[in-house]
Design a protein around this ligand. Structure first.
Ligand SMILES: Nc1nc2c(ncn2[C@@H]2O[C@H](COP(=O)(O)OP(=O)(O)OP(=O)(O)O)[C@@H](O)[C@H]2O)c(=O)[nH]1
Length: 549
C-alpha cells in the first residue's frame, strides 16, 4: 500500500461534503419553520407536502455524504408522511413533528462525529479505451457533482442534466446509458403520471436507462420498470454495485447462440422444428433414439431440451426424470412437445421433471420466442450462481471450470491462451489500516478495472480473497504480459480516499501460456502462473513475472 500526498479529486469531494454540511444546516432551519407552523396547524396539507418534500430530498442525499443515521430516520418519517398524504382523513392524525425534528438533529450530530467517506480517483488515461458516456439526471446539485466525480473515477464520462427536460433528443452525442433520478424533473406531468412522463421523455432513446430514487418500495420499482428502466437503485447509492451494473450493461457478454436439443422420434417434425429454430440463430441437435440421451447431453451441453412426450419404449417424462437424477442437469429446462389431453398424465409429466408443455400442432413462432426466453433466463440464473457478488467476476469454482473447458476446447481446436494469477500487494495492511469495508472497495475496483480492460471472451475470476485468475483467449504470454503490465500501471494510479486520507495499492502477477508448456494440464498451468506470481512477490512486488520453467 502506498500513501499519496495530495490529489485533486479528494479535495473536490471534501469540498462537496462541506457544501453538503452547510446545506444541511439550511435545510434544518427550513424544517424548523415548517414544524413551528405545523405545531399550530397540524393538518395543513400544504405544509405537510412541503415537509414531505424536504424529508424526501434529505433521504435521497444524506447517506451519500456519510449521514447514515440521518438518512434512515428521515426516510422513516418521509414514509409516514407519504402514507398520511395518500389518505386525507389521516391528516387528522397529529404527528410529533417537534420530536421528529429533534431526532433528526441528533442523528445528524451523531453522524457528523463518525463521518467518513470512501472515494477513488484515477489519473490513468483511458485513451486506449473509449470511455462509456453516461447521462446523469439529478436535480440535487451537490449530489449531481458528487455522483459525476464518482462515476468518472470508475472510468465513465458523464454529462449531467439538472432536469430531464434539458435533454434534447437528437442534438446530443447519444449516451451508452442514462442514469436518472425518478423525480428528475419539475414538469407537472411527472407528478401526475410519472410513467407516461418518462416514457415520453425517453421515447427516442435506445440505450439502457437506470432509475434511482430515495424510495425502496414496490411502486417505485414498478414505475421504474414501466417507464422503461432496466434497473432501480435506491439512494444512498452503492457505487460499487452501480458501476459494476453499468459496466455489464454497457458491455454485455457476447451472446452465444442458444443450444437446443430436440428429442423426438418423428424425424420430419424434428427437422421442421430444427430449421425454424436454426433460422432464428440457434444451434440445434436432434435425437431420435433415447438411449443416447446422456451421451448427447454431455457432448452438446444444451441450454434447453424440447422433449416429445411419447417415444418408443420410454416416455419423455421418464427421460426428464432420469436427467434430474444427475446433479449438473438437475436444473436444465425441459419443455414437452405433446398433443396429450389427459390432464392427469400432463400433471404427472410435470411432476417428473418437465417445466412446461407446448401443444402440438406447434406454433413455431411461439416456440422460437419461448425457447429464446427460457434460455435467456436459464443463462441469467447460471450467471448469478457463478458470479462473485463483490466484483461481478466468476467465482472460484467457475473460473476453474472455465479454464478446464477452454483447455478441453483447445485440445480439439488448437489455439494459444494465457493463464494469469494476480494478487493485490500488502492487502492485509489495507484491511488493518482502513477496515474491511475499504478493503472490499479495493477488491471491487480491481474487478471493475479487469472488466474494462479485457475482452468479453476472456474469462475473469476472483480466485479468492484478493487473488484473481484470468484466462486470456487467443493470447500469447507475451501479449498477456504487456496487457497485465498496463493493468498494473493503471491500478497503481488509482487513489483511494478514506476520511480524508489517501492511499493507493499495487498488484503482482504471474503469467503462463499453453504453448510454453504444451503437456500441462489446466491445474499445472494454474500452478505455474501461481509460482510466477510468487516470484513477482519475492522480487519486490508491483511486477509481472513470466513462468519459464
Ligand atoms: N476486505 C477483504 N479482505 C479480505 C477478503 N478476503 C481476504 N481478505 C484479506 O486479505 C488479506 C490477505 O493477506 P495476505 O495473504 O497476508 O497477503 P498480503 O497482505 O496481500 O501480502 P502479499 O500478498 O504478500 O503482498 C488477509 O488479511 C485477508 O483477511 C475480502 O473479501 N475482503
Amino acid at each position: 500500500m502506498i500513501k499519496a500526498s495530495s490529489n485533486s479529486l479528494t479535495a473536490r469531494l471534501e469540498t462537496l461534503r462541506i457544501a453538503y454540511n452547510k446545506r444541511l444546516k439550511i435545510d434544518f432551519e427550513e424544517l424548523a419553520i415548517l414544524v413551528d407552523r405545523l405545531t399550530e396547524d397540524s393538518s395543513n396539507a400544504e405544509y405537510l407536502k412541503k415537509l414531505h418534500s424536504c424529508f424526501h430530498k434529505m433521504a435521497g442525499s444524506a447517506g451519500t455524504f456519510g449521514f447514515q443515521q440521518l438518512g434512515h430516520k428521515v426516510r422513516e418519517y418521509e414514509y409516514f408522511l407519504a402514507e398520511a398524504l395518500k389518505k386525507p382523513q389521516a391528516l387528522q392524525v397529529t404527528f410529533p413533528f417537534a420530536d421528529w425534528l429533534e431526532h433528526l438533529r441528533n442523528a445528524a450530530l451523531a453522524d457528523e462525529k463518525c463521518n467518513s467517506s470512501v472515494g477513488i480517483e484515477t489519473n490513468q488515461s483511458y485513451s486506449a479505451i473509449a470511455k462509456p458516456l453516461i447521462w446523469l439526471v439529478e436535480r440535487d446539485a451537490i449530489l449531481q457533482e458528487y455522483l459525476t466525480h464518482q462515476l468518472q473515477s470508475f472510468g465513465f464520462s458523464v454529462k449531467s442534466f439538472h432536469d430531464a427536460l434539458q435533454i434534447e433528443n437528437g442534438t446530443e452525442k447519444l449516451p451508452d446509458c442514462i442514469l436518472v433520478d425518478h423525480h428528475g424533473s419539475q414538469a407537472e406531468t411527472l407528478f401526475s403520471d410519472p410513467v407516461l412522463f418518462w416514457q415520453e421523455c425517453f421515447k427516442l432513446v435506445d440505450c439502457p436507462i437506470l432509475f434511482m430514487g430515495a424510495e425502496e418500495s414496490f411502486t417505485a420499482r414498478l414505475n421504474a420498470l414501466r417507464s422503461g428502466g432496466q434497473g432501480y437503485f435506491v439512494k444512498p447509492l452503492d457505487m460499487i454495485k452501480l458501476t459494476s451494473f453499468l459496466a455489464q450493461l454497457i458491455k454485455p457478454e457476447k451472446v452465444e447462440p442458444e443450444r437446443l436439443l430436440i428429442v423426438e422420434d418423428d424425424q420430419e417434425l424434428a427437422r421442421h422444428c430444427q430449421s425454424y429454430l436454426e433460422q432464428a440463430g440457434m444451434q440445434v441437435v436432434c435425437l431420435d433414439h433415447p438411449q443416447a440421451l446422456f451421451e448427447t447431453v454431455s457432448n452438446f451441453n444444451p441450454d434447453l431440451i424440447l422433449m416429445d412426450l411419447w417415444l418408443p419404449d420410454v416416455s419423455g417424462a421418464e427421460m426428464a426424470s432420469l436427467l434430474r437424477q444427475v446433479d449438473r442437469w438437475a436444473h436444465m429446462p425441459v419443455i414437452y412437445l405433446s398433443a396429450e389431453s389427459n390432464v392427469h398424465l400432463r400433471h404427472q409429466a410435470l411432476l417428473m421433471g418437465g417445466d412446461a408443455f407446448v401443444e402440438k400442432p406447434l406454433d413455431m413462432e411461439f416456440l422460437v420466442r419461448l425457447c429464446q426466453d427460457r434460455v435467456r433466463r436459464a443463462r441469467q440464473l447460471k450467471q448469478t450462481q457463478n458470479q462473485d457478488s463483490l466484483t461481478g467476476l466468476l467465482k472460484h469454482a467457475s473460473i476453474k471450470e472455465a479454464l478446464q473447458n477452454h483447455w478441453e476446447y483447445v485440445q480439439r481446436q488448437p489455439q494459444v491462451f494465457s493463464v494469469v494469477m494476480l494478487d493485490i500487494d500488502h492487502f492485509k495492511s489495507v484491511n488493518d489500516t482502513y477496515g474491511h469495508a475499504v478493503g472490499d472497495l479495493v477488491i471491487a475496483a480491481v474487478g471493475t478495472l479487469l472488466r474494462q480492460r479485457f475482452r468479453n471472451t476472456d474469462k475473469l475470476g476472483r480466485y479468492g480473497g484478493e487473488e484473481f485468475t484470468l484466462v486470456l483467449i487467443d493470447c500469447t504470454a507475451e501479449n498477456a504480459m504487456s496487457m497485465v503490465n498496463a493493468l498494473r500501471e493503471a491500478f497503481a494510479t488509482i487513489q483511494f480516499t478514506v476520511n480524508g486520507q489517501h492511499f493507493s495499492c499495487t498488484l503482482s502477477a504471474g503469467v503462463v501460456d499453453n504453448h510454453l508448456f504444451p503437456d500441462d494440464s489446466p491445474e499445472a498451468l494454474l500452478e505455474r502462473a501461481d509460482n510466477a506470481l510468487y516470484k513477482a512477490k519475492h522480487t519486490g512486488r508491483n511486477r509481472v513475472c513470466l513462468a519459464i520453467e
